[in-house]
Design a protein around this ligand. Structure first.
Ligand SMILES: *Cc1c(COP(=O)(O)O)cnc(C)c1O
Length: 441
């Protein structure tokens, strides 16, 4: 990360003349080649600054392709119901119409539903947007047949590459026959993106789409039949691309494949242990997940009036940042351990989840009331636990130090429970009223 603060990287204007930024371009060209090799694609554009911007760009490229064949009417995008919310949003932004495809009980795309709808709209079909492995955390076995089918109708296949962490070095979008995909360099290729930025969502395309890559008015990028720019800068977030460059350069081909194996292995280790107490919502035919798992929390609501949010908040008392909540299925937690955590850390997380399970059982058996317990009051701040008055039916020790190792390494949440969506629904203007300014003059 340190070299990013060097002026040689940091102080370059995106429109600097090419002969002054040859080093940068060596780097970007090399990174582009690596990413094309990893995805099995032919060319790349670095313009998009996020996964969502990549989706928009990919759909735009596909639209230009159809236009070149005089098929302007192809404006329907098939999107499985398990897709990330950005997929339909990007389609709408690109002026396309969304048709939702159902998923079956195992979380896979319902192939019959897809065939039916694809046929119904076959003249207008632009593409299928597919997430692989799916957001349900499973490698779909029929993926190649699905792609072949969509191609047979003259439509294209866009792959949402947010889950590439489960593919790099083992398989690729090119292998399964995808035409366009984005990469989230800030997910799969090590760019830290806590708190919403910065992102980089380059788009890779197969040979027949290279000429439709987006252009830019101030730099010679993109294809001959490409559309207008999709980002202010011709190479997008070029600065942070160096992080992905370094990550790939240091790991090498073998290290990248190893990282993917560990990501899948860690997820399956965790799923195998957690399933003793929790229901893992979707697994493949052989009982395995890909790189992430969905933990079903809905039965706890009936058992003890405990929701997935309560578990997420309680995890903070155990020192863990909450995982993804209620996506892609309501009432669940989605956990993606990645390759980065040690086995000790995975075990600590599992121990915390087991301990929380016991806390839920205590509530279910009426040991603690449903409206005043460690889960409903989580997270517990230092001020709360150390205050002179304590009226809860459980001890302060139980609130703050539920497992022995937490005493040695306690993380104190800075603020207590807030009503999650309240702030979203009730706009609070924090500006002073205009009269305040009059007084201060
Ligand atoms: C994160 C994600 C996106 C969107 O990427 P951003 O970079 O956040 O815009 C799209 N699809 C899936 C499956 C994702 O996980």
């Amino acid at each position: 990360m340190l070299p990013l603060s060097w002026p040689e990287f940091q102080c370059i204007h995106p429109f600097a003349p090419l002969d002054q930024v040859e080093g940068y371009h060596q780097l970007l060209n090399r990174l582009g080649k690596w990413l094309c090799e990893i995805t099995g694609m032919s060319q790349i554009t670095f313009q998009p600054n996020s996964g969502a911007a990549g989706e928009y760009t990919g759909l735009y490229i596909i639209h230009k392709y159809h236009e070149s064949k005089n098929e302007h009417q192809r404006k329907i995008v098939l999107i499985p119901s398990s897709a990330h919310g950005t997929n339909p949003a990007s389609a709408a932004m690109a002026g396309l119409k969304v048709v939702v495809i159902n998923c079956d009980d195992n979380g896979n795309i319902d192939f019959n539903d897809l065939k039916e709808k694809a046929n119904q709209y076959k003249e207008e079909l632009s593409c299928l947007m597919l997430t692989y492995p799916s957001t349900h955390g499973v490698f779909e076995e029929q993926v190649k047949d699905i792609i072949d089918y969509v191609h047979s109708l003259g439509a294209q296949v866009y792959m949402d590459g947010a889950n590439m962490n489960a593919q790099v070095g083992l398989t690729s979008p090119g292998t399964i026959g995808v035409d366009v995909c984005h990469l989230n360099l800030h997910k799969t290729f090590a760019i830290p993106h806590g708190g919403g930025g910065p992102g980089s969502g380059p788009v890779c395309v197969a040979e027949h789409l290279v000429e439709f890559l987006p252009t830019h008015p101030l730099a010679a990028v993109g294809g001959q039949k490409g559309g207008t720019a999709v980002s202010a800068s011709p190479w997008g977030s070029a600065l942070i691309a160096e992080i992905s460059y370094a990550y790939i350069a240091m790991l090498g081909a073998e290290g990248l494949a190893e990282a993917t194996k560990y990501a899948i292995f860690n997820a399956n280790y965790m799923a195998a242990r957690l399933k003793k107490k929790f229901k893992i919502l979707y697994t493949g035919k052989n009982g395995f997940v890909a790189h992430e798992m969905i933990i079903d929390c809905r039965e706890f609501k009936k058992m003890a009036d405990v929701s997935e949010i309560d578990i997420a908040k309680r995890l903070m008392d155990y020192g863990f940042h909450a995982p993804t909540v209620s996506f892609p299925v309501h009432g669940t937690l989605m956990v993606e351990p990645t390759e980065s955590e040690s086995k000790q850390e995975l075990d600590r997380f599992i121990d915390a989840m087991f301990a929380i399970y016991e806390e839920i059982e205590e509530i279910a058996s009426d040991k603690y009331p449903k409206n005043d317990n460690v889960l409903k009051n989580a997270p517990h701040t230092a001020a709360h636990v150390a205050s002179d008055s304590w009226a809860h039916p459980y001890s302060r020790q139980k609130a703050a130090f539920p497992l022995s190792w937490i005493q040695e390494n306690k993380f104190w949440p800075a603020c207590g429970r807030t009503d999650d969506a309240f702030g979203d629904r009730n706009l609070v203007c924090s500006c002073s009223p205009i009269d305040e300014y009059r007084k201060s003059l």
